[in-house]
Design a protein. Sequence first.
Length: 304
Amino acid sequence: HDPRIHVFSVASGHLYERLLKIMMLSVVRHAGAPVKFWLLQNTLSPAFKALLPGFAAAHGFEVGLVTFRWPTWLRAQTDAQRTIWAYKILFLDVLFPLTLRRVIFVDSDQVVRADLAELMALPLDGAPYGYVPFCESRRDVDGFRFWKGGYWAGILAGRPYHISALYVVDLDVFRSTRAGDTLRAVYQSLSADPASLSNLDQDLPNYAAVTPGGGAPGGHPLVRIFSLPQEWLWCDSWCDQASKPAAKTIDLCNNPLTKVPKLVAAKTIIPEWEEYDRMAAATTAEVYARLAQAVASGGGGLGG
Ligand code: UDP
Ligand code: CA
């Protein structure tokens, strides 16, 4: 039995790497068990990769890099942001060692306020993964809830539209039901239309969760989603203030009304954010200083 909490995340660019450090510190601070982060290697900068071992050691967690080369037969995305969203969801069956049985994806712009060990143990009712339904409590963004009308309202037929900032994957079920193959096939077909999958990592699992997968009509969906309790994902854009104290994580979702930049939102919405940012900056400076010293003294701390 592996007692650890396993967290998967992705980041590209300086801003998201800064946010990722904060996310990791917040997970570790509340964790009731050792934590291992699995980060997608493809998009991380060389400087961040050099920092990671020292940063992880300083804060007492493990880190593993995972990578997968985009298959030649799978339609590629031309937009870098959409490519990274694709990596959140399309290769969950092949990214991790087979011994890994469960992993929690957490967006790098998220701050965790609860023990993720809870999600490592939560039963998912036989589904391959669990997502949190979008908050419906904040009223002044009612007009932006695109899933409440048109196409999505039609195919959801009253079922929830889930947010993709955090999800728990039961890798045993995901692999044995070939959910990865199904998601890639659905992706390949839907992405033929460049206008579809505009929120790729979110539209894809939501679509697969409400589209019947062969057998009797109205029977099993292609890839079922278990709905996680609402408090696992709070974001200011969609949730009301009354529900904020119970939040177990806070994501810096894009706000369709104000379009506030992430750093501004972080400082105003998450009181503990600046302390984490200072801690991360301090450790970063220490680790880089040590690496520079090792290089200067011929120790080859940056790989020779
Ligand atoms: N991401 C990234 N670089 C980007 C855009 C996104 O690394 O340029 C990653 C990052 O982990 C981020 C996740 O993809 O947390 C989802 O994107 P984002 O948080 O920007 O979406 P939002 O929550 O604003 O809808
Ligand atoms: Ca986010």
